[in-house]
Design a protein around this ligand. Structure first.
Ligand SMILES: C[S@@+](CC[C@H](N)C(=O)[O-])C[C@H]1O[C@@H](n2cnc3c(N)ncnc32)[C@H](O)[C@@H]1O
Length: 214
């Protein structure tokens, strides 16, 4: 069977059948999920909230021997990026249409991921909305469980207090170490829609490189 660019439209099925996250995901055997969607796994990269997909498309086409999973909650963006992957003949990417918290928890075995990328997550800059941020200590704990020892998380934002919030959250998680704080975007070869937007506005960009220690 050809699994190229399979989309897991989890949001869609959940809406149609009014399933809770537990009802839906519990039916998927996470031990086999990754093996099921890739014939071979050399190096598994997960991009969370890939948006228009510019980064995912360029990165995955430059590294055909790595396997990429993109997780995005917006149905329309997932459909759009799936079409672009198809048009560009990219075969090493799978897309999951779901909230990253649930997809990671229910679909990925522990210690299975080699690299996680989170470029410009929704910033929720107001104090009253901080609890809506995706990257908080609970989410970092979940990532740590799913990452292999020695693997990396790359996080970027234009909001300085989101960067500080993530650094603070990391202090609660011994298994993750802040390796580097980068002023600018962590990967100079590629751009994202939001990176272009913030650069045009002369905004400062912050990136964090985080390592899973054990
Ligand atoms: C500000 S945009 C950044 C998009 C892209 N990374 C870029 O740099 O251009 C944030 C993206 O994260 C997605 N998103 C927000 N919360 C999410 C979640 N819990 N799980 C997966 N995707 C999420 C949004 O739908 C949106 O596409």
């Amino acid at each position: 069977m050809n699994y190229s660019n399979i989309i897991f439209p989890i949001n869609f099925y959940q809406k149609c059948f009014k399933l809770s996250n537990e009802d839906f995901f519990i039916k998927v055997d996470k031990r086999n999920f990754i093996e099921m969607v890739f014939e071979e796994i050399n190096f598994l990269v997960v991009e969370i909230g890939f948006g228009k997909g510019d980064f995912l498309i360029h990165y995955s086409s430059d590294y055909p021997n790595k396997q990429f999973v993109g997780i995005e909650k917006s149905d329309n963006l997932v459909k759009e990026v799936a079409k672009r992957l198809e048009r560009n003949g990219i075969r090493n990417v799978r897309l999951i249409n779901a909230k990253a918290e649930f997809a990671l928890y229910f679909l990925f075995p522990d210690s299975s991921i080699d690299m996680v990328i989170i470029n410009f997550p929704d910033p929720w800059p107001k104090k009253a909305h901080i609890e809506r941020r995706l990257v908080n200590s609970n989410f970092l704990k979940l990532l740590s469980k799913k990452l292999k020892k020695g693997s990396s998380i790359y996080f970027s934002t234009d909001v300085e207090n989101y960067k500080d919030f993530v650094i603070d959250s990391l202090r609660k998680i011994d298994s993750l170490k802040l390796e580097n704080v980068i002023l600018g975007f962590w990967e100079e070869r590629y751009q994202t829609k939001y990176l272009k937007k913030w650069l045009k506005q002369n905004k400062k960009i912050f990136s964090l490189h985080i390592i899973k220690m054990y």
